[in-house]
Design a binder for this molecule. Structure first.
Ligand SMILES: Nc1nc2c(ncn2[C@@H]2O[C@H](COP(=O)(O)OP(=O)(O)O)[C@@H](O)[C@H]2O)c(=O)[nH]1
Ligand SMILES: [Mg+2]
Length: 251
C-alpha cells in the first residue's frame, strides 16, 4: 500500500532502538527508509551491513534535528514523507492511518497527536505539563489550532517538503517543530491531527536539553501576537486597577 511513502528518522546514538524499529517498519511496507545520523558514537554504522536496504546518511556531527529532517526530505522522492523518532515512542502501526488521512483530507501535514480524542501518552507528568503548557502558549502566540504542536511524529506531503527545504532560516532544534507549523499555516498548507499512541522511550536518553526548552519559550514569547497579547492583558489589568481604585476612593 505504501509504495509512495518514505520514512525519515533523525538519530543520535540510537543503535539499539533502530535495530528494533527497522524490522517493524519493514512490516509496514514502506518503500524507503532514511536514517539521518549526526555522528553517533554507539556503533550505529554497523547497522548498514545488517539492513542493506536502508539508506543511511552519516553527517559529520550534531548538525541539528530539523536540518536532519530536511536532509531526509531532500534525499527521498516519495509523495509522502513520515518523520518519526528512532526511540520506539512512535508506533509504526499508526503510519497506515496517518497516510490514509493525509490522502483522504488532502492534508500537507498530518500530526501524530497525543492530545486529541483517542490519542494516548504515557509520558511522565512533568513532561506532559511542560508539553501542554508549551502547546497553550503556542496557540495564543501563533493562533494555530493544533493540539500537539511539538509532536515529532508527522506525515508531510511532497508539496510541504518542497516548501520546507527552501526555508533556510528555519529554527534547527526542537523549536523548529513549531516554526514549521507557523510557516505552513502562513502559507496556507492544510494541517490535520491523527490520534496516536505515544510510549516513552525505554532505551537511551532523550536529546531534549534545557536550552532547547528555553529557546522554545523565547521563540513563542517573542512573537508579535504574543507581545500584543501580553500588552493587551497588562492594559486590561491596569484599567481594572484604576477603576477599583477610583471606586474604592471616591464612591
Ligand atoms: N540527526 C539528529 N538526530 C537528533 C538530534 N537531536 C535529536 N535527534 C533524534 O531525534 C529524535 C527525537 O529526539 P528524542 O531524544 O527522542 O526527543 P524527545 O522524544 O523529545 O525526548 C530521536 O530519534 C533522536 O535520536 C540531532 O541533533 N541530530
Ligand atoms: Mg523521542
Amino acid at each position: 500500500m505504501n509504495n509512495n511513502v518514505s520514512v525519515v528518522i533523525p538519530a543520535l546514538n540510537e543503535k539499539t532502538n533502530l535495530k528494533r524499529l527497522i524490522p517493524k517498519l519493514h512490516n509496514e511496507n514502506i518503500s524507503s527508509i532514511f536514517i539521518i545520523d549526526d555522528g553517533s558514537r554507539d556503533g550505529t554504522k554497523d547497522l548498514m551491513a545488517e539492513f542493506p536496504d536502508v539508506h543511511f546518511l552519516f553527517r559529520r556531527g550534531k548538525l541539528g534535528l530539523i536540518s536532519a529532517e530536511l536532509d531526509g526530505m531532500r534525499l527521498s522522492s516519495s509523495d509522502y514523507v513520515i518523520i518519526m523518532d528512532a526511540d520506539l515512542s512512535h508506533m509504526p502501526e499508526d503510519i497506515k492511518g496517518m497516510i490514509e488521512q493525509a490522502k483522504r483530507t488532502k492534508s500537507d501535514l498530518v500530526i501524530g497527536s497525543r492530545y486529541i480524542n483517542r490519542g494516548i501518552t504515557d509520558d511522565e507528568l512533568v513532561r506532559q505539563i511542560l508539553s501542554k503548557g508549551a502547546n497553550k502558549l503556542f496557540h495564543i502566540s501563533f493562533n494555530v489550532n493544533i493540539k500537539d504542536c511539538t509532536s515529532g511524529f508527522r506525515v508531510y506531503s511532497r508539496e510541504a517538503c518542497k516548501f520546507l527545504v527552501t526555508q533556510v532560516d528555519l529554527e534547527n532544534s526542537y523549536v523548529g517543530q513549531v516554526d514549521i507549523l507557523s510557516r505552513l499555516k502562513e502559507n496556507n498548507f492544510k494541517m490535520t491531527e491523527y490520534p496516536v499512541k505515544f510510549v516513552k522511550r525505554t532505551e537511551g536518553k532523550s536529546k531534549l536539553e534545557m536550552k532547547e526548552i528555553v529557546n522554545f519559550f523565547l521563540f513563542v514569547l517573542y512573537n508579535k501576537r504574543m507581545l500584543n497579547y501580553i500588552f493587551g492583558s497588562a492594559l486590561i489589568i491596569f484599567i481594572i486597577l484604576i477603576i477599583s481604585y477610583v471606586t474604592l476612593t471616591f464612591i
